[in-house]
Design a binder for this molecule. Structure first.
Ligand SMILES: *Cc1c(COP(=O)(O)O)cnc(C)c1O
Length: 227
């Protein structure tokens, strides 16, 4: 087996084990930013279908190279308003919706033939230094706007990138706050089923605290070289 096959098998087993302890299914999003299309092709050959990218242009180039594969593409990086059209036209999911003014352009540009763009609202759960993600108190208003933009958009849940606290207790607390927000959102909106949190370093903790999707890059593909 190649090293990426070994890594993929091991990560899938760890996710499966953590999910079984919660009696829940957890989906793996393979984060392929900065990695070549061939690396995506390699994981797709092992059965992985969901891939996450941070930059629209980089993603579009890979999508063109991999057009022969039936993959599901998630945009997980910050979205600038001048990229709404490309995001709506070329992705299956947007995980980083964090402000109201993106909702109307995304809905306008979503091609009807592609079905709804699945949307997660990104929440800035504890990292005051980070500029991405809405405040927890803004989730309800944003969610209502996304729901009102059906059928172009489909509200599916929440995403977060908690600050990388060295103290696992602080990370756990941030994940638990996300779970509470997610449960509240679920009571308001039918169809909400996805809580995307947890990365290479902390996905098992995130699953224990309620994640239904984990986003894993370096543990699958190897470390990214600094840009
Ligand atoms: C890069 C990235 C990941 C994956 O991070 P790793 O630590 O490499 O697993 C997950 N989510 C987002 C939003 C990212 O930008």
């Amino acid at each position: 087996m190649s090293s990426s096959e070994t890594a993929f098998t091991e990560i899938c087993a760890r996710i499966g084990h953590a999910a079984a302890q919660q009696n829940r299914t957890v989906n793996l999003l393979a984060v392929s930013k900065t990695k070549p299309a061939e690396a995506v092709r390699g994981l797709a050959a092992l059965g992985q279908r969901r891939f996450g990218e941070n930059y629209v242009q980089e993603a579009l180039a890979k999508q063109r190279e991999l057009a022969d594969l039936a993959l599901e593409w998630h945009l997980i990086g910050p979205l600038q308003s001048n990229k709404c059209r490309e995001a709506a036209e070329h992705f299956d999911w947007l995980q980083s919706l964090d402000r109201l003014k993106l909702v109307a352009p995304l809905a306008r540009w979503r091609p009807p033939g592609r079905g709804p763009l699945k949307v997660l609202i990104q929440v800035n759960v504890d990292d005051e230094m980070s500029k991405s993600g809405c405040r927890p108190e803004d989730v309800a208003g944003l969610a209502a706007a996304v729901a009102a933009a059906a059928p172009a958009l489909e509200l599916r849940g929440l995403m977060a990138i908690p600050a990388p606290h060295a103290d696992p207790g602080l990370r756990r607390a941030a994940f638990a706050r996300m779970r509470a927000l997610f449960e509240a959102l679920r009571r308001q909106h039918a169809g909400v089923d996805t809580l995307s949190m947890g990365m290479s370093e902390d996905f098992e903790l995130a699953i224990a605290e309620g994640a239904t999707m984990v986003r894993i890059g370096s543990a699958l593909f190897g470390a990214r070289t600094a840009a």
